[in-house]
Design a protein around this ligand. Sequence first.
Ligand code: ZN
Ligand code: ZN
Length: 422
Amino acid sequence: MSVAVVAEKTKFADLTFEEKLDRLAEVAVKVGLGLRAGQELIMSAPMEALPLVRRITEHAYKAGALLVTTFYADDPSVLARYEYASDASFDYAPKWLQDGIAEGFRSGAARLAIAGSNPALLAKQDPAKVARANVAASKAGKPAMELITRHEINWTIVACATPEWAKLVYPGEPEEIAVAKLWEAIFVASRIAVDDPVAEWQEHGARLKSRVEMLNAKRFSALHFTGPGTDLTVGLADDHLWAGGGTTAGNGVYCQPNIPTEECFTTPHKDRVDGTVKASKPLSHQGTLIENIAVRFEGGKIVEATATAGEDVLNRLISTDDGARRLGEVALVPHSSPIAQSGVLFWSTLFDENAASHIALGQAYSTCLIGGEKMDAEQLAALGANASLIHVDWMIGSGEMDVDGVAADGSAEPLMRKGEWV
Ligand code: ZN
Ligand code: ZN
């Protein structure tokens, strides 16, 4: 892999903003996607990400891309739908388009998503309409999304600072300052703000891999979380596999699906989660901040859920379908992660889930089970993997969280103390 972007001034602080943006684009293509010569690239991006899209497109063609196609999302156009569209609009999604994208993936395309849309865009819209539109979009997008979650293709997500997002993260700052601050936070969290980001990512990936190998060798049957307001046992699915950092996709390409990423994660058993858990950070879900979530699980299912703000959104979320009250992911992230240390609440799962150990309600990753990517829905369920239209991560880890690995015979072994790996 080539390394230096700018031959003479490699110190990150000396780079112009354009050069920093170019580094992010280079890392997205080379590290995130591992794009192969001759591969098509399908990208999705908010309108405001156009400068980053152009840089990524340049790097993709330099890497030999066959064709780069970008789908843009425009926030005001989304709001126009909520204001003027017929009621029937909210149960509709363009299946023909999603099927076409899935067909593109099947015939060899890679996928890159740029995160950056206003997280609070739909906060003032009718939650029932938002939920219906999400269900319709999830159903139509299922074939394409399955190719992504099963890692059949190489894919990645990177972030772009946009004005509306920046104003949420840095309220009270003038727009220009907020955007500049958010960009710097993105560069640092994405491990771009170093002299050689490609080498940094190779080292970071290797560290995550060694944790994953340790956890896979242990074959724990459960994890036990204890902290303020939390005493939670998360049973792990039979034949669960830990994952973290890079992965070799079904098409043989090695990629880093999330930039940034700090987590080691696996599949919990949908029927074996018991106890109480308190969120350690607010959960931003479609523009609503759900604060102080406290939940009680029994036999894998949420039987009690409260929040001091956004409780109705939380209740609607866990009522989406049968699997929405059960866990599809459990992840360990040390409190010393650069994102946790920044102390910034990003209002974005891509960042916030990498700030703390977390659990996710809803769909499990079949790749986190031995042989899972080749199993059908029934086989996955038999091993304890959850199925749902939703997958929502929420943060439970902190500098006060202890985690034990529990073996099949019930003996416990410390994994994390006060939020750090033992
Ligand atoms: Zn996660
Ligand atoms: Zn997740």
